[in-house]
Design a protein around this ligand. Structure first.
Ligand code: GDP
Length: 386
């Protein structure tokens, strides 16, 4: 499906940059336009692929290009004030060509955390296309303010978008990795999963004939509303030079049964392995299974079996399935999108820690005020100058 991507804040911009690189690498063509919005000039300069003309600096009057710190209320306020600047960039997008908007933001910071929900609300008022969010949760050790920001932003963002796709940094960190290396790797993991999903709905008529391609409306209907998470599993395969469908390859001894079994187990691995947001799979309301890879390795029976297994696992009758053929790729894989998930321990934990952080901050503030008063106050023994 064709997307207008908007990266909000530093994390949002970097992930959109990575999406552009991934789209080019797989020849996906799922990004119609990419825009980056930030209140910090240096973050906008640091981007590599988002076109210069599509980089929007907001909040100049208040923060003079220095960013909002981790103040997401300020992030929301400067977005409201400068919404016309952002709209100016959106006006250059051929909106009639897109299937949806996708706003990407780190939820623990200031600009993206506060601004992304404001922009989502604005876009939904103006356009008929769905507005999706991709929200990145902070790692737990980032500290109370990031957790509190993320919990408040989550609550607001999920209300303002048609669906909030979530990625949790906490479960994707590796020990011993520097922050910069870590984000580089994590961002590639993010775009591979979400990129393959959105590219799947963008198979044109001239492309390889898939057994049953996924349509953009199937992705949109699966997303519908609520919160989503994605699983992905893949195996390396030998891509054939001609990229013919498996049915034409039986003479060469291509094992159809093996392809079916492989796809079925890839669907299970994707679902039961590491999700972008870990959750109880049984709580999903809707699902979509997408088989990706060289067309000769895609197999309808495998997807169908995987789809049925996911129906049993979730108890949902709304599980869709289809193919996304990528000729000459050396991996066959399965994307599993679980939507409308409700049993998400990480969100509960995030909210709990955020409430504790808020209470602690309020207590500390009250104590600090008292202590300051007692530091300055002499009980009437001395008078101030004026
Ligand atoms: P903003 O610029 O004020 O919107 O804030 P940032 O986007 O810098 O940071 C917000 C949160 O995003 C941080 O708490 C991190 O958890 C996360 N973050 C920052 N940079 C990256 C990145 O490149 N990738 C990922 N996955 N997360 C990031």
């Amino acid at each position: 499906m064709k997307l207008a991507l908007i990266g909000f804040g530093q994390a949002g911009g970097k992930v959109v940059d990575e999406f552009l690189s991934f789209d080019e690498a797989i020849g996906g063509g799922f990004i119609e336009s990419a825009v980056a919005v930030n209140s910090a000039t240096t973050d906008l300069h640091g981007l590599e692929r988002v076109p210069q003309a599509n980089r929007v600096l907001i909040g100049q009057a208040r923060v003079k290009g220095h960013g909002v710190g981790a103040d997401n209320e300020l992030g929301a306020a400067v977005t409201e004030e400068d919404i016309d600047e952002i709209q100016g960039a959106i006006d250059r997008i051929p909106v009639h060509e897109i299937d949806a908007f996708l706003i990407v933001a780190g939820m623990g910071g200031g600009t993206g955390s506060g601004g992304a929900p404001v922009l989502a609300s604005h876009l939904r008022r103006i356009y008929s296309q769905p507005v999706f969010g991709l929200g990145i949760l902070p790692a737990m050790d980032e500290g109370g303010i990031y957790t509190l920001n993320a919990a408040r932003s989550f609550q607001t963002f999920v209300r303002e978008v048609d669906n909030l796709l979530v990625f949790d940094n906490d479960v994707w960190r590796s020990a011993g990795e520097s922050v910069a290396d870590g984000y580089g790797r994590i961002n590639r993991e993010i775009v591979e999963r979400f990129g393959l999903l959105f590219a799947a709905g963008e198979v044109g008529h001239g492309d390889h004939i898939a057994e049953s391609v996924v349509d953009s409306s199937e992705i949109i209907n699966t997303l519908n509303d609520g919160v989503s998470t994605i699983g992905y599993a893949s195996e390396t395969v030998e891509p054939s030079s001609d990229g013919l469908l498996s049915t034409f390859k039986s003479d060469d001894g291509f094992d159809e049964g093996q392809a079916t079994n492989r796809m079925t187990s890839l669907v299970r691995k994707a679902t039961l392995g590491r999700l972008t947001l870990p959750c109880d799979v049984g709580s999903a309301d809707r699902g979509l299974v997408v088989a990706t890879g060289p067309p000769e390795h895609l197999n309808r029976k495998g997807v169908e079996r995987g789809r049925q297994w996911l129906e049993d696992e979730t108890g949902s009758m709304e599980i869709r399935g289809g193919d996304y053929p990528i000729p000459h790729r050396d991996e066959v894989g399965s994307i599993v999108l679980l939507s409308g998930v409700t049993d998400v321990p990480r969100i509960e934990q995030l909210q709990q820690v955020a409430i504790e952080a808020k209470d602690r901050t309020e207590t500390l503030q009250a104590t600090a005020e008292e202590e300051f008063t007692s530091l300055v106050d002499t009980g009437g023994e001395l008078d101030a100058l004026f």
